[in-house]
Design a protein around this ligand. Sequence first.
Ligand code: HEC
Length: 242
Amino acid sequence: MKKTVALLLFFYSVAGFAAGSGGLKLDHVNVDLSDTPSLQRGARIFVNFCLSCHSASYMRYNRMAEDLGISDEILRESLMFAADKPGELMESTMPVEDAKKWFGTAPPDLSLVSRSRGPDYIYTYMRSFYLDEGTPSGWNNTIFPNVAMPHAMYEWQGNQRAIFSTDSDGNKTFERFELVKEAELSPEEYDDAMRDLTNFMVYLGEPAKLVRYRYGFWVMMFMLLLIGLTYFLKKEFWRDVH
Ligand code: HEC
């Protein structure tokens, strides 16, 4: 019994570690990999705003286009800024050494970040940048203090300030955000866009999920057919017994 409990605790802590966001207050996002238009919009945001610094080097452009129902023409015209051939990997053109110099740390590859951090983390992270004169980039993030990444989507979200309350011991607690500069999108539109981006990054983390869903449907149909057949078989067998 003790062993089982210890084992359960072990798995629980490993799972918690894998989720990577222990103790953070995250906003929930509904991802839906069957929502193809959302995945396409997310892909567009990703190549426009993230790929300049980050790679997604486990993904090829043409694989993404095929999975998300994007035509070759649209792929070449509006999604391939950092590559010449559709068969190339989605790699950033920013040299790692330069990135280290500019940001102090190289932007991590984002292929698997949705799996290491979870969708809620990405969704909340992308909505939690705020102005901070004390950091080299001028930006900070409530769920990733002193993050080296500048806010890539500030034009869409607008600039926000974070309001903190301070208790008698001098501990700061985050209260809320305040928009200080007009944004291109309304807060609801921005949240929707970040949901699309998160959706796309979940796909990026496990592209085979889409294939599994397609197979899943046919497997279920097959099972239903089989249930029908076995029922008639049972009737046939028992006819002589009765
Ligand atoms: C100007 C360069 C730049 C752009 C553009 C950029 N990032 Fe980053 N990003 C960074 C750097 C640098 C880090 C490393 C931060 C650190 O370790 O402090 C980072 C880290 C991250 C992380 C990791 C956070 C964590 O907890 O490990 C995520 C997720 C992320 N970026 C998502 C994005 C997304 C999504 C976009 C596009 C909307 C984007 N980034 C655009 C530079 C960039």
